[in-house]
Write a protein that binds this ligand. Structure first.
Ligand code: AMP
Ligand code: ZN
Ligand code: FE
Ligand code: FE
Length: 285
């Protein structure tokens, strides 16, 4: 990493990360970044705190959001950078996503109870606080009650896609997700296309990638901790072929994981290209 770089994908306690937005900014400053994007799942509750702290630390703050979309068993994560939090359709969709997450968390807890695991929804809810409930909150509660050894064990044994306590989540289609984030004024980046959290256990196919390009993504996250060399090469070529901005980011979720803020970065020049494209809001370039 060189000075002047950005980390374009991070999570805080405003979703399923374990550090507060303010702490995240301090970590970004310690890492020597020029700026970073806070991209919590389905909302922007952490933006105000992060922006304030970033200002004090002389860091550039980019308000972002991560939407998990789905098609045919593929999980496609989209990052919307600089989205307008006052955009009514985006607000409505995020409200729906949060409500659906809560319903799903209750269903997962019921499923775990049926499997003989004693867990209470209220405790999971307390853990999530104001944040949209994600499986990581349930995993943390499973660790707390001693039902599993650690977070990964919780996913391996119960919560993974297709696992014994898995309940599918309402999600937009990838193309609708791109359209919504674009309409909200965002630069849309296809997140970690090589990471296969989905039931399919496959990375985003080239065919789906092409359709996302047609739908109007502006960039692709080439450098991500979950990508090996081959994936980086493949998605870097994909970006070049389709005129997309290639990004790098940590997808930081907290100090419990090996990834650190700024362990993968995007150079300032690419950040400015993304910003320009978001401002143009046109389909072709
Ligand atoms: P959710 O948004 O509730 O579906 O939870 C998604 C989050 O759970 C992801 O961002 C990951 O942090 C985590 N996750 C999903 N699948 C796995 C897995 N197989 N192993 C570990 N973590 C996972
Ligand atoms: Zn997350
Ligand atoms: Fe993701
Ligand atoms: Fe993420």
């Amino acid at each position: 990493m060189t000075g002047g770089d950005f980390d374009l994908h991070t999570h805080s306690t405003a979703s399923d990360g374990t550090v507060s937005p303010a702490q995240l900014v301090r970590l970004a400053a310690d890492a020597g970044l020029a700026g970073f994007a806070l991209t919590d799942h389905d909302g922007w509750a952490g933006w105000a705190e992060a922006a304030l702290m970033a200002d004090a630390c002389d860091l550039e703050f980019i308000g972002g959001i991560e939407l998990s979309t789905e098609e045919d068993g593929y999980s496609v994560h989209l990052l919307g950078l600089w989205v307008d939090p006052d955009h009514a359709p985006l607000r409505a969709e995020c409200a729906r996503l949060r409500a659906e997450r809560e319903r799903r968390a209750r269903a997962i807890v019921a499923c775990l109870n049926e499997l003989g695991v004693e867990l209470r929804h209220d405790d999971v809810q307390r853990r999530a606080g104001e944040a949209p409930i994600g499986r990581p909150h349930i995993a943390a509660e499973l660790v707390a009650v001693g039902a599993v050894e650690d977070l990964q064990d919780a996913f391996d044994r119960y919560l993974r896609d297709g696992g014994p306590a898995w309940v599918p989540k309402y999600a937009l289609s990838p193309e609708d997700g791109v359209a919504l984030l674009r309409a909200a004024g965002g630069a849309v980046v296809l997140g970690h296309p090589g990471v296969s959290e989905s039931r399919r256990g496959e990375e985003v196919s080239p065919e789906l990638g092409e359709r996302l390009v047609a739908a109007g993504i502006h960039g692709v996250e080439v450098d991500h901790p979950g990508h090996d060399d081959q994936m980086r090469r493949r998605w870097s070529s994909f970006a070049r072929e389709h005129g997309l901005v290639a990004t790098g980011a940590s997808d930081f979720h907290g100090l419990h994981k090996e990834t650190t803020v700024g362990c993968r970065t995007t150079e300032a020049r690419s950040v400015r290209r993304l910003e320009e494209r978001a401002q143009r809001r046109e389909t072709a370039w």
